[in-house]
Design a protein around this ligand. Structure first.
Ligand SMILES: [Zn+2]
Length: 387
């Protein structure tokens, strides 16, 4: 060190020089500190802005069709819809529909899980009342529709009264020969329900009795028309026809074309109960321009409440996949008990309930059917035949 060998003055000069260096260094340091502070403030400001943006983006009840993660409650209530696609008669592709969205937003009733409630901030953003997403059209996987048809009515009035009390527009098909048919059909019509003729047709199994009034494959056209006219006259206020049994007759092209030509002349539509996979009903209906629907699910082959509930869930799965489903059953005590329980639950899950006429109109809106003769005629006639 040169300072050790220098005189006192030199030491002073050296000390002064050192002091100057210290001051300059301090100035330099304080400039760096100021820059650092500014940078830090900028970072904090950016973080605060991002936090505010993230909070504003949280989904709430006010976003009915916004992006949504399925909640624990939603997936627990609809396990099969996501995990196990159920077998059905038709696919979306066959109906000319685009593929369904993988994860449709859960219906309104599912949006009150604890997770969702924890996300809401009532003080800052008052929660909107939960309501159905009105912008989503009915008859889509996001807003599935189920049409219900019960048949074999006419033997007793009790099941008719119980069916009329169901909170959905359940269509009712009456057999032409039982004692209570005319009275029951009048009650159903007065209550605004769709009344159908449940037309007995010959089954494949000769051991099964289809009743005293039945269309058989060995009847000629005049005999078929006489039987059909008598059956229609027995059920006042009929808007459509569906087959009782008929695993043999609905597969008979000649017989079904005689029936369809007659229905076309009377402005009636047809529901194929589809008691056989060989049924030509829809094809024959198309040839004569008869509006037609085909059953998706039988709900009560097993007369047990739990079994019927499982079949109703199957109908809902079909509707969530295709947009709508047509379910057919009978006014058995187990079926009615299951419907009394299931209809309100399904409504809370976002299912809407349609008349059969509405279901037929929806079917005609599908690309696969919209150009068929039945649909062209149906669309042309709809203004004159409301409901
Ligand atoms: Zn029947």
């Amino acid at each position: 060190m040169p300072a050790l060998f220098a005189g006192r003055g030199a030491w002073h000069a050296h000390a002064a020089e050192n002091a100057g260096k210290v001051v300059r260094r301090r100035r330099k340091l304080s400039r760096i500190e100021r820059i650092e502070r500014r940078l830090l403030a900028g970072v904090w400001l950016a973080l605060a802005g991002f936090a505010l943006f993230a909070w504003r983006s949280l989904p709430t009840d006010a976003d009915p069709v916004g992006p949504h993660l399925p909640t624990a409650t939603a997936s627990a209530q609809r396990p099969a819809a996501a995990s196990a696609p159920a077998p059905a008669l038709v696919t979306r592709t066959e109906l000319g529909l685009p593929p369904a969205r993988i994860a449709p937003p859960p219906p309104a009733a599912d949006r009150t899980s604890p997770v969702q409630e924890a996300r809401d901030r009532p003080a800052a953003r008052p929660a909107m009342p939960a309501k159905a997403p009105a912008r989503v059209p009915e008859g889509t996987p996001e807003r599935p529709a189920v049409a219900l048809l019960l048949d074999d009515f006419g033997h007793a009035l009790d099941p008719i009264a119980r069916t009329l009390a169901l909170p959905a527009p359940v269509a009712m098909a009456f057999l032409p020969y039982p004692a209570r048919t005319a009275e029951g059909a009048a009650l159903a019509r007065a209550a605004g329900r769709e009344v159908l003729l449940h037309l007995p047709m010959q089954p494949r199994d000769p051991g099964v009795d289809p009743g005293p009034v039945v269309l058989r494959v060995d009847m000629d056209a005049p005999a078929l028309l006489r039987t059909l006219d008598a059956a229609l006259a027995a059920v006042p206020g009929t808007v459509g026809v569906n087959n009782h049994m008929g695993s043999l007759f609905t597969a008979d092209r000649r017989g079904m074309e005689v029936v369809m030509e007659a229905l076309a002349g009377r402005g009636l539509w047809f529901v194929d109960s589809r008691t056989t996979p060989d049924s030509v009903a829809a094809e024959a209906a198309g040839r004569f321009g008869v509006p037609v629907a085909v059953r998706d699910v039988f709900i009560d082959n097993e007369q047990d409440v739990a079994a019927v509930l499982a079949r109703l869930d199957e109908a809902e799965r079909v509707a969530r996949r295709l947009g709508a489903a047509l379910a057919i059953g009978h006014p058995h005590p187990a079926t009615l008990a299951a419907l009394e329980r299931w209809i309100p639950q399904a409504r809370r899950r976002g299912v809407v309930f349609w008349t059969v006429a509405r279901y037929i109109a929806w079917r005609c809106s599908l690309p696969a059917f919209s150009r068929s003769a039945a649909c062209v005629r149906h669309i042309a006639e709809r203004p004159r035949r409301p409901g």
